[in-house]
Design a protein around this ligand. Structure first.
Ligand SMILES: Nc1ncnc2c1ncn2[C@@H]1O[C@H](COP(=O)(O)OP(=O)(O)OP(=O)(O)O)[C@@H](O)[C@H]1O
Ligand SMILES: [Mg+2]
Length: 420
């Protein structure tokens, strides 16, 4: 639809085509209406023209253009703008030039720079037919508004849990049975724990899922899970750090037992209520390692230090657990190699989520592609994160908000799986 067609459509909506018997306005009223229509039409065309000019300049400014040698010198070609829609949000179609891809408009800082030049907050690209894309100018951050997590639980680990919502309002799901360990990083108060409340509340009822792990804070796991089948497989607090090592070693022993009994002609364990997918939650894992490393070291020949026992167990769960239906969910303020048990351990996480973090932490977990996103993300609101992995490009999402801590306790109490 062109800008002119847009005005016609508006006219139609405003009831200019009246049925028989309708009151006919007087001559002056009609003339005034006619003039208002023409003024409006002219303003729409002027807006479209100024948008096209601004877009051309913006493309030149960020080198999304081609320099063509002609007899008179060099001319600059920019992608051709087709039809402009007033919106909101304002959008317009653009024909890609030779060699251009839709993603070029948002690559690196291009999206923000184009949007800011055109007076918008952000830019979204929608590929349409052939070599055409539609660019949407967003007035505000589409992730600004939060969204609540309804009291839903999955019936099996192979059903998708809700991870979050993308900028174009797509809800992203993830099945626990997908072969991925999950890394979650973020500074103090950025929303790591609240995200995990939502994830665990969705999984707590599934008969083929067991929520285990270590939590030195004792809020995510522990008391909230009392009376559920999950609780005996969780260790909390800092009063007995060695108990965390024992739990993790027990999990490794169960993993080894499963690996040794994989049926013939199978290369992985199929989860069932008898052999559930074991989710190993490691809340504030660097804190656990620090506490363990602070313990007195055993004398030579009298056993392995607790910190090393924890590192070895977690590394084994990470590197061999996928086939045995073990999934690790590790939370840390920052996924520095030394803080999470080594670079090899960190490489095992196929799904990575970063809440508010300094730019260098974002790049550390998501690679150099994320470098340009770092500065803005260093001030992200709680609950806004970058997600990458499992074939997905790094994308910005808002995770669901389940409510306050009391609501989390209520949901685990209501849905947490119990022994029959
Ligand atoms: N998805 C969300 N939507 C809205 N607000 C949120 C969301 N997630 C977290 N918050 C707010 O941020 C606060 C801190 O979140 P949370 O406790 O999850 O942080 P954290 O990353 O675990 O921090 P710490 O490292 O201190 O444990 C919450 O109490 C809540 O008020
Ligand atoms: Mg926390």
């Amino acid at each position: 639809m062109t800008a002119l067609e847009h005005t016609r459509r508006l006219e139609h909506r405003s009831g200019r085509t009246r049925g028989p018997g309708a009151h006919r306005p007087g001559l002056f009223a009609r003339l005034r209406a006619e003039r208002a229509r023409r003024d409006y039409e002219a303003s729409v065309l002027a807006f479209a023209a100024s948008l096209k000019a601004a877009f051309r300049e913006a493309c030149t400014g960020i080198a999304l253009c081609q320099y063509v040698q002609v007899a008179a010198g060099v001319t600059i070609r920019t992608p051709r703008v087709g039809e402009v829609r007033l919106g909101p949000p304002t959008s317009f179609t653009v024909e890609l030039m030779a060699g251009q891809e839709p993603a070029d408009f948002t690559k690196g800082e291009n999206g923000a720079r184009l949007a800011h030049t055109l007076g918008a907050h952000a830019l979204r690209v929608e590929p349409i037919a052939g070599r055409w894309v539609r660019l949407h100018l967003l007035d505000a951050d589409p992730l600004r508004g939060g969204f609540g997590l309804p009291p839903v639980t999955v019936e099996t680990g192979s059903d998708s849990v809700i991870l979050g919502r993308t900028e174009d309002a797509t809800t992203l799901g993830h099945a626990l049975t997908d072969p991925a360990h999950l890394a979650v990083q973020g500074m103090n108060g950025s929303g790591k724990s609240v995200f995990t409340y939502g994830l665990l509340a969705q999984l707590a009822a599934a008969p083929d899922v067991l929520v285990t792990g270590s939590d030195i804070t004792g809020l995510l796991l522990g008391r909230a899970w009392d009376d559920t089948v999950h609780r005996p497989h969780q260790v909390t607090g800092t009063h007995d750090i060695a108990a965390h090592a024992v739990l993790l070693e027990d999990l490794v022993a169960e993993m080894d037992r499963r690996l040794a009994t994989i049926p013939p002609r199978r290369d992985k364990v199929e989860p069932s209520p008898q052999t559930p997918t074991v989710l190993v939650v490691l809340e504030e894992f660097p804190g656990l390692l620090r506490a363990a490393d602070g313990l007195p070291k055993p004398k030579r020949g009298e056993g392995i230090p607790v910190g090393d026992r924890i590192r070895i167990a977690v590394l084994r769960l990470l590197s061999e657990g996928r086939k045995a239906a073990f999934r690790v969910l590790m939370l840390a303020q920052r996924f520095e190699a030394t803080a999470v048990g080594g670079g090899y351990a960190r490489d095992q996480f196929a799904l990575r989520l970063s809440f508010r973090v300094p730019a260098d932490s974002l790049e550390m977990l998501h690679g150099t592609d994320a470098r340009s996103l770092g500065q803005e993300h260093a001030n992200a609101d709680p609950g806004v994160a970058y997600l990458s992995g499992l074939g997905r490009d790094c994308q910005r999402i808002r995770v669901p908000y389940l409510g306050d801590y009391g609501e989390y306790c209520d949901r685990i109490a209501a849905h947490g799986r119990r022994a029959h």
